[in-house]
Design a binder for this molecule. Structure first.
Ligand code: GRF
Length: 212
């Protein structure tokens, strides 16, 4: 069996998406090997999840760095140190500077709780609730130098119910994330997803990954 792609998973908080990746990675067919977890917050619950799974974790605290450039360099250095080939942003709430895209070209993937380009940024779930929209969803995309902007790899629709609040809607979005993210990351590790002329291309072509 060919070597699995070594990935570093970047987190800031509870790490439920990290957990979904950890759980999926026990499948021999999973396309990636999680070589480490990098957190910008020392107290992130995801660090404990990594520890329980026997995965190395490193804290690169935002506060320890003078600016975004220095923070980004330290994150990339930590990922290099772990032997990562790609960075998987799983609820990582910091914006990396361009150096990350230069050092990990076409090899950074982010998950976002909306149907991008709708509702980029940190208030995606709140903004979906405030909108008149009947659906929102999940987007998994390659990271470029702009925020929540790179080529879209996969999306899934999540209905907005009349009695939803932020917690119920985010809970439903996260249930979808936990299904879609491992599927996409595994496929990426197997080499089934490439960035061609600025677009994410599945080879073999992929139909609907998930339906609501
Ligand atoms: C997820 O909803 C993700 O889309 C967003 O932040 C949340 C992280 O949740 N970027 P968790 O830490 O994986 O539980």
């Amino acid at each position: 069996m060919p070597d699995k792609m070594p990935i570093a998973v970047l987190i800031s908080g509870s790490g439920t998406n990290l957990q979904a990746l950890i759980d999926a990675s026990t499948d021999p067919d999973f396309g990636c090997r999680i070589v480490g977890v990098i957190s910008d917050r020392p107290g992130a619950a995801g660090i404990e999840r990594a520890g329980k799974a026997g995965i190395r974790s490193t804290v690169v605290a935002w506060e320890d760095h003078d600016d975004r450039a220095a923070f980004t360099s330290a994150v990339c250095d930590a990922a290099d140190e772990l032997g990562a080939h790609a960075l998987v942003l799983a609820g990582f709430m910091r914006i990396l500077s361009e150096e990350a895209v230069v050092r990990y070209p076409s090899r950074i993937i982010n998950i976002h709780p909306s149907l991008l380009p709708k509702f980029p940024g940190a208030r995606a779930v709140e903004q979906a609730l405030e909108s008149e929209d009947e659906v929102t969803g999940v987007t998994i995309h390659f990271v470029d130098e702009l925020v929540d902007n790179g080529p879209i790899i996969a999306q899934a629709v999540v209905p907005i119910e009349a009695d939803d609040d932020v917690d119920t809607l985010h809970g439903r979005i996260q249930a979808t994330e936990h299904e879609l993210f491992p599927t996409v990351i595994s496929a990426f590790g197997r080499g089934d997803i490439a960035l061609v002329d600025g677009a994410a291309v599945w080879d073999p072509p992929q139909g609907v990954l998930i339906t609501s």
